[in-house]
Every structure is written in structure tokens, then in C-alpha cells.
Design a protein around this ligand. Structure first.
Ligand SMILES: Nc1nc2c(ncn2[C@@H]2O[C@H](COP(=O)(O)OP(=O)(O)OP(=O)(O)O)[C@@H](O)[C@H]2O)c(=O)[nH]1
Ligand SMILES: [Mg+2]
Length: 429
């Protein structure tokens, strides 16, 4: 028998309203114990909640009752909309803890139950998780596409197609006509062509920008020689003193990461130690080594040096910094733009250039973006989508491709169905 779980589902108190959710078989008896009766399903009801042990009044709350299984968790579900004071919430949680069959929910337990009860699949659960952590509008749009089942719908279509291809392979195997080898070979070739077409379709989906950049931010390195204004530029972009700035060369030694949204795009700016040829001291050498690693891993490099070329020109915006300083008013042609963190000159243009580069790396608004897990499984699927002259091998390849798609949604539906289907009878026999 499953436990009934409960948790504060709204933000931290104090707040105007606090929502406690209760999901599981004892949700109805819990509501009855607290409010005297279970209100009408799906109708907000004002009820007086009391502690059944002491008779103390807990709160006058709006209660909601959803009878399962057509609920968010797939179970009976109750919501208590309490006054959001700390003591109110603490006392109600304590009262719930004392009731039989109830236990506090682990993180994600409500969503987990929704998955286990078939209300959502894995890809949708991942979308929900992203939605909760979305900080920019772009992240929200992509997460909602995933949570609404955008990827799942696509996967179901591929699963259907694969099932059809599998069934045809099995049929060819069973009906293979030893007298007409040519006809069999022709059918196998046609099948292979269709499998290749499907592989191309999945591969095209894989070519989309990844969801990680959208979720974690585009990594932008601030790099170049010492004392050119890297940290000052970071602070100007961030609008706060994130990094120490000083007239001394070699001020920044370690790597400083600052997550930042600019023009609605998520970034992580990474300030680095100035690079120079001199030996310097040991700590400086370590700092430079770290800077090189940051540069290697960055999506975009803001290279604050027009004398030397960036180590990765294709990912670089060359910045002529400190453009307000006497003698630096004119940017050399090697620079993409001139900026001054002191006067703000060129800052809008810099953000514009970053936005253009970011948009090439990020999914379009509302476009589905795959995370690493989904990407790996789709890659497995593509790898298995190969037709072979030996139909037994083709059948096995298709089975593996189906397995990858099943793992993507966390549902082994098609595999179960095929086992049942092909286990019961054999075509042609
Ligand atoms: N006038 C003017 N001075 C600037 C500007 N940007 C930076 N500076 C000055 O240049 C000096 C070096 O700036 P930093 O931001 O510390 O340079 P950095 O590249 O981070 O230096 P390291 O960390 O030592 O490699 C400081 O004295 C800053 O005040 C600017 O846009 N205008
Ligand atoms: Mg610095």
C-alpha cells in the first residue's frame, strides 16, 4: 500500500497564502479529520481546520479536493490553501505528521508519482523541472514546450513508425520465399531505404541547439592580456562589483563566474587571469592555465586584445576596451568594436553582438531543446537505425532503436506490446 505524502508546495513563509498538498490513499480521510468532511470535488471550499487530537483550531482555509486518478499525481489529492504565516504552516505540518499513513514528501515526490501513475512521461517531467528553474522567458518557453509533451508526441510518432517497420521485417522473415530470392531482396532494400530515411529524420532533430546552453547559460570568457579592463567590463555588464579591479597587472588570478541575463538571453560570464608570456609567479602561472582552459570551453570569447589573435578566432568577439582613455579613442581595424566600461560607450553594441551570437547557439523561442540524456538516447536510436541484407539483423537493430526511444520517455510500452503480440502467434503459421 502506498503512503500518503504531504508537503508545503508554495514558497517559503511568511506569504499571503501557503499551499499544502496531500496525495495518496489517505488524502480523503486526512481532509475529513481536519475539516470534518470532504468537500465537493474540484470546488474551492472555505473550511475550518482543527487538530483532531487537541481540537485546536488551525486555520480557516480554502480547501480543494480532487478525486483520483484524473489528478496531477494520478492519486487522490487534497490542497489546503492556508494563511501563509510561519506558525500556521508549522502547526498544520505537525498535525499532518501525527495522522496515520502520512509522511512528508521527498523532493520531487509528487512529480514522481505523476510519472509512476502514467500521468506524465520522463521527457515531460524533465520539462517540468526546467520550468521550475526557468529564469528567462526563453527558458520558460522551451520548458513549457517540453512539459506539454512536445518531445513525447514526436517520440510516439517515431515509435509508431518503428513498430510498422518492425512488423514488416517480421512479415518478410516469416513469408520469405525461397523460390523468389529477387523479390525478397527488393523488399529488404526498400525497407532499408525507409529505415535510412527515418534515421535522417531523427538526426535532423539531433542537430537542434542543445537545451543545456539554454538551461545553464552560454559561457562567455573575458580574456586577454593583464590589465586591459576584463574585470571592469564584467562588472559593467553585471551592474555590480563582481570582480576586483585595480590598476595593477595581475589582479585577477582565479576564475570568476557570473551568471547573467542580458536582453533575455542566459549567460555565464567567466573572468580570467590576464595572459602574458613572462613567467610571473607560481600562482599567476596556475591562473593563466585556468584561463586557457576556460577559453577552450567557452561558447563565446570576449578577447580584449587587438594586438594578438584570440586562440579561437571563430568563437571570438575582439573588443577594443578602455576606449575613453587618451590615445585609445580610435579602435584598430582588428577590433570588432570599441567599448568603454567607464563611459558606457559601445556597451549596447556589445550586448547586441552577444545576442546575435547567442541566438545562433540557443533554441528558438518555444522550440524543443534536447538535454544530454535525451540527446544520447536519440543518438543511440539513430545508430541502431540501419537496415541489413540479413533481415534478422535488421529486426534486431530496429528492436534496439525502439529500446532507445522507450528509455527516452521512460515507458516500455511498445516493447511490452510487441512481446505480447509476437509471443502469442507467429504470422503465417
Ligand atoms: N578609463 C578607463 N579605465 C578603465 C576601463 N576599464 C578598466 N579600466 C582601468 O584599467 C585598470 C585595469 O582594469 P581591470 O579591470 O582590473 O583589468 P583586468 O584586465 O581585469 O586586469 P587583470 O585582472 O590584472 O588581468 C583599472 O585601473 C581600471 O580602472 C575603462 O573603460 N576606462
Ligand atoms: Mg581582472
Amino acid at each position: 500500500m502506498t503512503d500518503t505524502i504531504y508537503a508545503l508546495s508554495s514558497g517559503q513563509s511568511p506569504a499571503a497564502v501557503a499551499i499544502i498538498r496531500i496525495s495518496g490513499p489517505a488524502a480523503a480521510s486526512t481532509l475529513k479529520a481536519l475539516a470534518g468532511r470532504v468537500p465537493k470535488s474540484r470546488r474551492a471550499t472555505l473550511q475550518r481546520l482543527t487538530d483532531p487530537a487537541s481540537g485546536d483550531v488551525l486555520d480557516h482555509a480554502l480547501t480543494l479536493w480532487f478525486d483520483g486518478p484524473a489528478t496531477a499525481t494520478g492519486e487522490d489529492l487534497a490542497e489546503l490553501h492556508l494563511h501563509g504565516g510561519r506558525a500556521v504552516v508549522a502547526r498544520v505540518l505537525r498535525t499532518l505528521a501525527a495522522l496515520p499513513g502520512l509522511k512528508p514528501a521527498e523532493p520531487g515526490a509528487f512529480t514522481r508519482r505523476a510519472f509512476e501513475n502514467g500521468r506524465i512521461d520522463l521527457a515531460e517531467a524533465e520539462g517540468l523541472a526546467d520550468l521550475l528553474f526557468a529564469e528567462t522567458e526563453l527558458q520558460r518557453l522551451s520548458a513549457i514546450a517540453m512539459a506539454e509533451g512536445g518531445l513525447s508526441t514526436q517520440v510516439v510518432m517515431w515509435q509508431d513508425k518503428l513498430l510498422g517497420l518492425s512488423a514488416r521485417t517480421e512479415a518478410l522473415l516469416d513469408f520469405s520465399d525461397e523460390d523468389d530470392v529477387d523479390e525478397d531482396a527488393g523488399a529488404a532494400t526498400a525497407l532499408s531505404a525507409e529505415i535510412a530515411a527515418m534515421a535522417a529524420e531523427v538526426r535532423a532533430f539531433l542537430a537542434r541547439p542543445s537545451g543545456e546552453r539554454l538551461r545553464d547559460g552560454i559561457r562567455v570568457a573575458l580574456a586577454g592580456p593583464p590589465n586591459v579592463g576584463k574585470s571592469t567590463l564584467l562588472n559593467a555588464l553585471a551592474g555590480r562589483e563582481a570582480a576586483i579591479v585595480s590598476p595593477r597587472a595581475g589582479t585577477t588570478r582565479d576564475v570568476i563566474e557570473v551568471p547573467l541575463a542580458l536582453a533575455g538571453r542566459p549567460y555565464v560570464f567567466v573572468d580570467t587571469a590576464g595572459l602574458h608570456a613572462g613567467s610571473g609567479d607560481e600562482i599567476e602561472a596556475i591562473g593563466m592555465e585556468r584561463a586557457r582552459r576556460v577559453i577552450a570551453k567557452s561558447d563565446i570569447i570576449l578577447w580584449l586584445d587587438e594586438q594578438s589573435a584570440s586562440p579561437a578566432p571563430e568563437r571570438t568577439i575582439t573588443v577594443h576596451a578602455r576606449a575613453d582613455v587618451a590615445g585609445r579613442e580610435v579602435a584598430p581595424s582588428s577590433a570588432d568594436l570599441a567599448v568603454s566600461a567607464a563611459t558606457g560607450e559601445g556597451m549596447d553594441r556589445l550586448v547586441g553582438m552577444l545576442t546575435a551570437r547567442a541566438d545562433a547557439l540557443l533554441p528558438r523561442p518555444g522550440e524543443l531543446a534536447l538535454n544530454t540524456r535525451q540527446r544520447d538516447l536519440l543518438a543511440d536510436c539513430v545508430e541502431s537505425l540501419v537496415g541489413d541484407a540479413d533481415l534478422l539483423i535488421t529486426a534486431e537493430n530496429l528492436r534496439r532503436a525502439r529500446g532507445a526511444l522507450d528509455r527516452l520517455t521512460g515507458r516500455a510500452g511498445t516493447e511490452d506490446m510487441l512481446d505480447a503480440l509476437f509471443g502469442r502467434f507467429c504470422i503465417g503459421k
